[in-house]
Write a new protein. Structure first.
Length: 491
């Protein structure tokens, strides 16, 4: 048995635009159809973004009223565990032949949130529409796999009597980072106020030099908002939707994260609150809608976080509540979009066989500017999963630094060196390890890829900080959390 398969066995020991998920009953008057995108061949350790044509969509005109995403293995139809293989995100971009509709229409992240429209509302679908898939499937281990991205829709064709009473909605994409293929920001431990960090409010450099705010949308015509929910990453507490009219500003909805995770707000074992099914808000031309995302910054750092809050909009429609006159009826609690998912059941954090790096003998001394390679999912020295003297932390003198080099980068495999609280040696799961060290550092994802559409840092090296006090420092790879390592600063 190879080392990485052993690690897998030891480890065992998006977004989402979402309205409240109904029971599994098919929408009245609709047909339930399941499409498969793929098969997608997943490389060992894969964490890349792909943009591909998607040919699975209705072949007759009608309305989509419900959208349920998932990820299944080709070989047996099983749903992979989120701590092994997960759908980091999938975004279905849809455009019509006339160019009147274009952009993200449906999206999903690890939460696999279900879109379920209130009765009488749906997304208009034409057989001439073009569907494109933006997907990022994250393989946390060194074993290849093969999967389908599935999506089950409820569809009311124009031939149904129900279609004549349908009201079309469109997706207005709201994101704190605007429309990007990979819209992320970092939340560092201890930042923000009172243990909470709100983006972009608490980041003075969020939109510096742009001349505009990426998290805003100016309404072009009187319209009615029908529903929304937030997409956040682990550590996320809530996403807020705001409306500004002149000098007045009001919150329209707070999409709170409901964590099933026993350890709290630290994993993907979460569901988001979505607006109530009778939530309708009137907006006027010239209004400015904006979104913010709030994270817990007390417990850990959260790298490459998101705060997305798309809205289902009935453009040009009258009706709905004036949020300034009916604030309490508008800004009220919603309902979570789904319950606990079985694939989130491995939380990690149990006793493991890995050593406590603080008790290991010194490894070889590394000269100032020296290099430690990362190859085959192994840190060249100080790899706690390794055997024998390979485990012993390399030593660097105070005031000096050495370099980590990702030799796996040409294979499109990215690695990080991310500080975690010692001993950082328990079982891998969706809630462990965390970037929770007292002294923080993070290399970014060492590797290369197309700029703007990748998580890669566009470099394959990283130097340790040269101002670290004496001690043993433990770390993990955020992309492949079973990888654990340590180095030591010592005179």
């Amino acid at each position: 048995m190879n080392l990485r398969r052993l690690c897998l066995l030891v480890g065992v020991a998006l977004l989402a635009l979402a309205l409240p998920a109904s029971a599994s009953a098919t929408t009245k008057g609709a047909k339930r159809i399941t499409y498969k995108f793929g098969p997608v061949n997943i490389k060992p350790g894969q964490n890349t973004i792909e943009l591909e044509n998607n040919n699975g969509f209705p072949r007759v005109p009608g309305y989509i009223t419900r959208f349920k995403p998932d990820l299944v293995r080709v070989k047996d139809g099983s749903i992979p565990r989120v701590d092994v293989l997960h759908l980091h995100h999938a975004v279905w971009l849809v455009s019509d032949r006339e160019g009147k509709r274009s952009g993200p229409q449906f999206a999903a992240g690890e939460e696999k949130t279900i879109v379920d429209m209130p009765p009488g509302y749906g997304w208009r679908s034409e057989p001439t529409d073009r569907w494109v898939m933006n997907h990022m499937i994250h393989n946390l281990y060194a074993e290849p796999d093969r999967v389908y991205i599935t999506y089950t829709i409820d569809f009311i064709p124009d031939s149904s009597p129900k279609a004549r009473k349908m009201k079309p909605v469109e997706t207005q994409w709201m994101d704190v980072e605007g429309i990007k293929a990979y819209p992320v920001f970092d939340v560092h431990k201890g930042t923000g106020r009172r243990g909470k960090f709100t983006y972009p409010n608490h980041d003075p450099n969020a939109y510096r030099g742009l001349g505009y705010r990426r998290n805003e949308w100016r309404v072009r015509e009187d319209s009615m908002l029908v529903g929304t929910a937030a997409h956040l990453h682990p550590g996320g507490l809530y996403g807020d939707l705001w409306l500004q009219r002149g000098n007045r500003k009001v919150r329209l909805f707070r999409s709170r994260a409901k964590y099933f995770e026993p350890a709290g707000a630290v994993s993907w074992d979460v569901s988001m609150e979505a607006t109530p099914r009778d939530w309708r808000v009137q907006v006027r031309r010239g209004d400015i809608l904006s979104v913010t995302g709030t994270y817990d910054s007390k417990r850990a750092s959260w790298y490459e976080s998101m705060a997305i809050m798309p809205i289902a909009v009935r453009r040009g429609a009258q009706g709905g509540l004036d949020p300034f006159r009916n604030r309490r009826r508008v800004d009220r609690r919603g309902k979570i979009t789904h319950g606990h998912l079985r694939e989130n059941r491995v939380h990690g954090g149990k006793k493991w066989v890995l050593p406590d790096a603080r008790r290991l003998p010194d490894g070889p001394a590394v000269s100032n500017g020296g290099t430690v390679n990362i190859e085959g999912f192994v840190y060249g020295q100080g790899d706690l999963v390794g055997r024998g003297s390979l485990r012993n932390p390399p030593v660097v003198a105070p005031g000096q630094a050495f370099t980590y080099f990702n030799s796996d980068a040409p294979k499109q495999i990215e690695h990080t060196i991310t500080a975690c609280k010692a001993p950082c040696n328990k079982t891998t799961g969706i809630a462990y390890p965390l970037a929770d060290a007292k002294i923080q550092f993070d290399s970014g994802q060492l590797g290369f890829g197309p700029r703007g559409v990748t998580a890669a840092a566009q470099r394959d090296t990283w130097q340790t900080p040269n101002n670290l006090p004496s001690g043993t420092y433990t770390y993990f790879c955020r992309v492949h959390p079973f990888m654990r390592g340590a180095f030591r600063v010592k005179q």
